[in-house]
Design a protein around this ligand. Sequence first.
Ligand code: ADP
Length: 492
Amino acid sequence: MNILIAASEAAPLAKTGGLADVCGALPKALAQLGHNVALIIPAYRSTKKFPSEPTGVELKISIAGREVRGTYRKCFIPEIGVPVYLVEHNGYFDRDGLYNSDNEDYADNCERFVFFSYAVLEAIRLLNLQVDVIHLNDWQTGLIAALQTIYYRDKPGYEKIAVLFTIHNIAYQGVFPASAMTLTGLHWKYFNWLQMECFDHLNLLKTGIVFSDGITTVSPNYAREITSSPGGCGLEDVLRARRDVLWGITNGIDVEEWNPETDKFLENHYTAATRSEGKTACKLDLQNRMDLPRRADVPVIGLVGRLTEQKGFDLAVELIYRKAAAGEDIQWVLLGSGDPILENRLRELASRYSQNVAVSIRYSNELAHQIIAGSDIFLMPSRFEPCGLTQLYSLRYGTIPVVHATGGLVDTVRDLNPETEAAKTATGILFCNADIQGITWGIDQALNIYRNRPNVWKQMQETAMNLDTSWKQSAGKYAELYKKIRRNRPET
Ligand code: ADP
């Protein structure tokens, strides 16, 4: 099958979060299954570090009566040779950030992604791409579903193209003032509560949900959660109306990048069989790097993520203050950036308890790998989590996840209880409430097992490290769905 994946970020070219990991890894996995895949993303400043070639093809798009010109560059995902088309318009995309800088969203985000949306559909014609399915991702690409249905489906070469829309995080909906409708080039009649409008605003995520042939989200449990309140963030009714074409497919991970046997960011490597010595060496390296006392016997708890309300770092901060004040022998290593208030709270915490807490406020893929390898426990107190990737990385590195029982965390971490202990299927600890009692319970459970039941701990590590978290299975499920939505597509 011929698949065009359109996204606003894809690793390693441009990344702010898990969306990029998925859009970097899924094309490779689909290509390995024998599909003909191409990826298309904006040519941000970060993409310019990678070698690419101009295609010489120009595109002209009319946005609110103005002619806007751009072009396409082309590069390849290394090794597997999947082509990546980069939509180039320096005014829109050659900036410090992808969507914002200094925590301020770019004022022209709607216009930037309207341009990108037209550029994706025009690429099919201008670059002569063979496409059976366009796979869209998140609000930045939602308009493409409407444009395909309303404008393009009647054009030669577009008649048979089906559209799949994946929601990676329903909290981000691409909401703009009603006046932004003029940028889309679509008739005002589509600005109604059944299609593109939501509470008097243009909503591009809703647009994607309404106009696509099929919808997926990144785990089966999250697919259930978003069809009711509060999980649906106001779009639960829209999703319930489309429930028959809504599926949950759990994300995989790039098992080449995230492999404790070969990880290029680690000085010491290990397998499931050598994890005991291997993880200790990684722990000592991490302590060294983070200026913590070098001790193999102390439990190290790691956290990595965006500093937002969603990720629950505020709960972790409260927990760490309590544990440190009580003199508990634990080391904490935190990596993240985002909310400036949280950033300051983390810095204060680290300066007050410098022997127990190390904090790094920045984005560092290298340090993320080192924390995940060198920690004993990985904490994810997310208030909601569509799928979550860092717990999957932790599992692969034998780092036991302690997670709030929400979204994809429920699908990917198997809680320790008498049954799973006996069946040797437990891989982590789930706690029910995202509050201080919940997180304290979860961490205390984990510390108790770590300190007092080493055999259970070792078994959990072994089970976790032997799980198949690769993209292979999930890519197969996407391929099945592509087929299904093509079959079910209404005739023009
Ligand atoms: P989300 O997409 O909601 O941010 P995920 O767990 O799905 O959460 O994916 C987050 C990805 O971003 C992971 O690859 C994680 O390692 C990475 N990440 C997040 N914050 C940082 C950071 N400060 N430094 C390095 N990597 C980070």
